[in-house]
Design a binder for this molecule. Structure first.
Ligand code: 23J
Ligand code: MN
Length: 261
């Protein structure tokens, strides 16, 4: 008998541990990433569903839908195989990643004020070190969640924040990703924005540094998270399990956190 796990079970029943949903609802309006048109890059399908039957002549006792979407839709998981830098790792796709990758301690880096002041804010190593001075070192195997309150932008236009020169939303200084992957050996990072990189990340060096460097280091990503304001800076456990798509690059996923009440 593992007492720590039995304590979790008791905490879930008594309410001293609550389960927080960090996932957005999938609808046809759920914002999806739009890559810069000038490059001619292909974009993903938005979410859609089509009713198969609903207790009717098409199926008298059952309701069900067909669904369709890109792998990177709504709250979703990025596997290392998603990026060219991660293509040669082993067990780097949704069906082959070790399931231990899907569970880890969550640390929440709050850069809400900075992202409000500057919508192109890039999180630096210095910012992380200041966070660590207050909250302790980011543990190995952690999910590092980047809180910006961006998910509170419920209007898709505000959320994507597209202007003539492309999208504007916060992201990462490349050195921060290298630090998290190499010095802290985390499982991955999670953001509230449509993807794990900044809106202007196509113009960063390397382009899309979070994707490039995280997946290059065989780490994962989570995007379009919400409710990060309900998590403590440390002390929560995150669960994010992608669909087991054969050789999948990612998948929509229901991300939940176990949080001390
Ligand atoms: C493809 C190309 C660039 C980006 C992305 C996908 C994502 O954000 C994603 O969902 O992985 S930035
Ligand atoms: Mn993605």
């Amino acid at each position: 008998m593992n007492n720590a796990l039995m304590d979790v079970a008791a905490g879930l029943v008594s309410g001293t541990i609550k389960v927080v949903d960090l996932s957005v609802t999938l609808t046809s309006e759920t914002p999806i990433l739009q890559l810069p048109e000038e490059f001619g890059w292909k974009n993903a399908w938005p979410f859609s569903k089509e009713e198969i039957s609903r207790y009717d002549e098409r199926g008298p006792a059952w309701y069900w839908n067909n669904i369709k979407c890109g792998e990177h839709t709504g709250t979703h998981f990025d596997a290392p195989i998603h990026w060219v830098t991660g293509k040669d790792h082993e067990n780097h796709a949704t069906d082959t990643l070790p399931p231990s990758t899907f569970v880890g301690p969550a640390v929440v880096i709050d850069a809400t004020a900075e992202s409000q002041a500057d919508e192109d804010f890039l999180l630096t190593v210095e910012f992380l070190k200041n966070w660590e001075a207050e909250h302790g070192q980011i543990p190995k195997g952690a999910w590092v969640l980047y809180r910006t309150d961006w998910s509170k932008r419920t209007d898709p236009e505000d959320f994507l924040n597209k202007r003539d020169d492309g999208n504007h939303s916060p992201g990462w200084d490349p050195a921060t990703i290298t630090f998290l992957a190499e010095e802290r050996d985390i499982l991955g990072v999670g953001t509230e924005t449509v993807g794990t990189d900044a809106g202007q990340a196509a113009a960063q060096d390397p382009m899309f540094p979070c994707h490039n460097l995280m997946h290059g280091a065989n780490k994962c990503g989570l995007a379009s998270l919400c409710n990060l304001d309900e998590l403590p800076a440390t002390g929560a456990i995150l669960v994010a399990a992608p669909l087991k798509i054969q050789n999948g690059s990612g998948s929509p996923c229901r991300v939940i956190a176990l949080v001390p009440a």
